[in-house]
Design a protein around this ligand. Structure first.
Ligand code: BES
Ligand code: ZN
Ligand code: ZN
Length: 500
C-alpha cells in the first residue's frame, strides 16, 4: 500500500472511503468548517445513535454522493481517557480488515487530530494508522484451492499534512518494504507443522536472507552436537525432523557497533514430548514457533529500515514429539555452558533450546540479548491476552523495552526475577531441573534462562505465550499468529542506546 501525504484538507480529497476515528460517546468534529465539513459532521452525528464508537467497532456508511468520498468508514477508539497507541493501531487494523472486501482502492484520513490524539503528533499518527491498516488486510490463503480475491486498498492519503511532513516519501518506501517483510514472515508463521519443519524454516530463512541481503547460517544437529548443545538436542530427539539453529545477521549502517542479539523459540510443533499434552487445542502448538517468527520479521525489518545497529536473529528450531527415541522424564543432559540439567518434564522444552542458544549468543559479543518465547501457559493465567510478561537481568533494558511497547502498542508488564526463584530450580542429581513445583510458572521460565545468559550482558526475556496468536476471529485479525514482538523490537531498535 502506497502512503501519500498532502496538505489538502480532507473534505477536498476524493477517495473511495474516508477513514474517521471516533472516541466512544464523544462528539466528533470535522477538521475544518466549510459547508462540506458541516455536512460530514452531521452525517457522523446522526450515525452515533447506532455507533457509540466502542474500540475496534467499525461502521461502513455510503455518502450518497453528498461528499467527495463514496463511503465513510467510522472506527471506534473506545473511551478517550483510556487511550493509548495500541488502541489506535488495533482500530486501524480493524478498519483494514473491514476494508478487505469493500472494493476500495483509495482511503483518506486527516492528520488534523482531535484532542486525545494530538499528543501523538501527525507523523506518528500516519505511521501507526498505515501500519495498522496494512496489518488488518492480511489473509492466509496458501492452502485455499479457490483463492479469494485480494481486494485490499492500494493507496492511503493523509490530508491536512504540514509542509515538513509531505516530504518524507523515501521513509514511506522503506516502511512499505518492512511491512512486506512482516507479512511474508506472517505467512511462514501460519504454516502448519507438516510443512514447516525445522529444515523447512531454515530453507525459508535462507531464501529470505538472500532476498533481503542478510547473512544466514544454519547449524545442523551434528554441528550442534559438536558445540555441546545437548539441552537443545534433547528436545528434537523424538522427531524424525532434526533440530537446527538458524542465524541471520544484519550488519547495520554503523557496522562497528556491538550487535543486539534476538533469540526466538522456534518449536515447530510442541506435543509435549513424552510428557504428552492433552489432545484438546493441541493444533495450536504449531504456533510454538512464534518467538522465532517474530525475531525473523524483526531482523528483516531492521534491514528494510536501514537501522544503525547490527542485529543478529537466532532461531532455535526443533520439534517436540514423543517416540521411542524421545528424551525421557528424568534424563540428565549437560548443556553447552557446562551446567547439567535434569529434564523432569519434557514439555518444558523451550527453555532447553534457549539455554544453549543463549550460550552461543556470547560469540557475537552482544550489546544486549532479548529472547522471545511462547514459554509458559502460566502467562495466560497471569495476564490473559492483553499484554506480555517481560523480565531480565537489567532494569534499564527492561524499562527501555517497556517504553518501546507503550510507543507502538505491543505492551509489556515486568515480572520480578528474584534469586529466590532460581533456588526453586536447584536439581537433586544435577545442577538444575527444568521445572519447579512452587508456582510462578512464567517467572520460573525466566529464572531458568537467566542461568544461561553470558556474564555481563544485559538480557531480557519476553514470554509471548499469551499474545503470540489469537484463536478466534478478532476485529483486527483472523485466527492465527500475530507476530507479537516484531513491531516492538523495531520500535526499540530504532531509538537504541546502550541501556544504563
Ligand atoms: N509451548 C508451551 C507453552 C504454551 C502453552 C504456549 C499454552 C501457549 C499456550 C511450553 O512449551 C510448555 O508446554 N510449557 C509448560 C511448562 C511446564 C511444563 C512447566 C506449560 O506451560 O505447561
Ligand atoms: Zn513449547
Ligand atoms: Zn512444551
Amino acid at each position: 500500500m502506497k502512503v501519500i501525504l498532502t496538505s489538502q484538507t480532507l473534505t477536498k480529497q476524493a477517495a473511495d472511503a474516508w477513514l474517521l476515528f471516533v472516541f466512544e460517546n464523544d462528539t466528533w468534529k470535522a477538521p475544518d468548517g466549510d459547508p462540506l465539513a458541516r455536512r460530514l459532521q452531521k452525517m457522523v452525528a446522526d450515525s452515533r445513535k447506532v455507533f457509540p464508537g466502542k474500540r475496534n467497532e467499525t461502521l461502513w456508511l455510503p455518502s450518497w454522493q453528498a461528499l467527495p468520498a463514496r463511503s465513510l468508514l467510522l472506527v471506534g477508539l473506545g473511551p478517550r481517557k483510556e487511550f493509548h497507541v495500541g488502541r489506535l493501531w488495533q482500530a486501524a487494523a480493524s478498519a483494514g480488515r473491514t476494508l478487505r472486501d469493500k472494493e476500495v482502492e483509495t482511503v483518506a484520513a486527516s492528520l488534523s487530530l482531535p484532542s486525545g490524539l494530538e499528543r501523538l503528533g501527525p507523523a506518528r499518527f500516519a505511521e501507526v494508522v498505515a501500519e495498522g491498516m496494512q496489518y488488518g488486510f492480511y489473509r492466509f490463503t496458501r492452502f485455499l484451492t479457490k483463492k479469494e480475491k485480494d481486494q485490499r486498498p492500494n493507496r492511503v492519503v493523509f490530508t491536512d499534512a504540514s509542509a515538513g511532513l509531505t516530504k518524507r516519501s523515501d521513509e514511506w518506501g522503506k516502511l512499505a518494504k518492512a511491512w512486506e517483510a512482516f507479512e511474508t514472515t506472517r505467512d511462514l508463521a501460519n504454516m502448519p507443522a507438516n510443512e514447516a519443519t525445522p529444515a523447512d524454516i531454515a530453507r525459508a530463512a535462507r531464501q529470505l536472507a538472500r532476498r533481503y541481503g542478510l547473512a544466514c547460517r544454519v547449524l545442523s544437529a551434528d554441528e550442534l552436537a559438536r558445540e555441546g548443545c545437548n539441552a537443545f538436542l534433547a528436545v528434537g530427539r523424538g522427531s524424525r525432523n532434526p533440530p537446527c539453529l538458524i542465524t541471520l545477521r544484519y550488519g547495520g549502517t554503523k557496522r562497528a557497533l556491538a550487535p543486539v542479539v534476538l533469540i526466538g523459540k522456534t518449536i515447530t510443533f510442541d506435543a509435549g514430548g513424552l510428557s504428552l499434552k492433552r489432545a484438546e487445542g493441541l493444533e495450536w502448538m504449531k504456533y510454538d514457533k512464534c518467538g522465532g517468527m517474530a525475531v525473523l520479521a524483526a531482523v528483516l525489518m531492521a534491514k528494510c529500515l536501514e537501522l544503525e545497529r547490527p542485529v543478529v536473529a537466532m532461531l532455535a528450531a526443533a520439534e517436540n514429539l514423543p517416540s521411542g527415541t524421545a528424551t525421557r522424564p528424568g534424563d540428565i543432559v549437560r548443556a553447552r555452558s557446562g551446567k547439567t540439567i535434569e529434564i523432569l518434564n519434557t514439555d518444558a522444552e523451550g527453555r532447553l533450546v534457549l539455554a544453549d542458544t543463549l550460550s552461543l549468543a556470547a560469540e557475537y559479543k552482544p550489546a544486549a540479548i532479548v529472547d522471545l518465547a511462547t514459554l509458559t501457559g502460566a502467562s495466560i493465567v497471569a495476564l490473559g491476552h492483553v499484554l506480555c510478561a517481560v523480565m531480565g537481568n537489567h532494569n534499564g533494558l527492561v524499562e527501555q523495552l517497556r517504553e518501546a511497547g507503550e510507543r507502538c502498542g505491543e505492551r509489556l508488564w515486568p515480572l520480578p526475577l528474584l534469586p529466590e526463584y532460581e533456588e526453586d530450580l536447584r536439581g537433586v542429581q544435577a545442577d538444575l531441573k527444568n521445572i519447579s513445583n512452587k508456582g510462578a510458572g512464567t517467572i520460573i521460565g525466566g529464572a531458568f534462562l537467566k542461568q544461561f545468559v553470558p556474564a555481563g550482558v544485559p538480557w531480557a526475556h519476553l514470554d509471548i505465550a499469551n499474545v503470540a496468536w489469537v484463536e478466534s476471529p478478532q476485529p483486527y485479525a483472523p485466527p492465527g499468529p500475530t507476530l507479537f514482538g516484531a513491531r516492538l523490537l523495531i520500535e526499540w531498535l530504532r531509538r537504541y542506546r546502550p541501556p544504563s
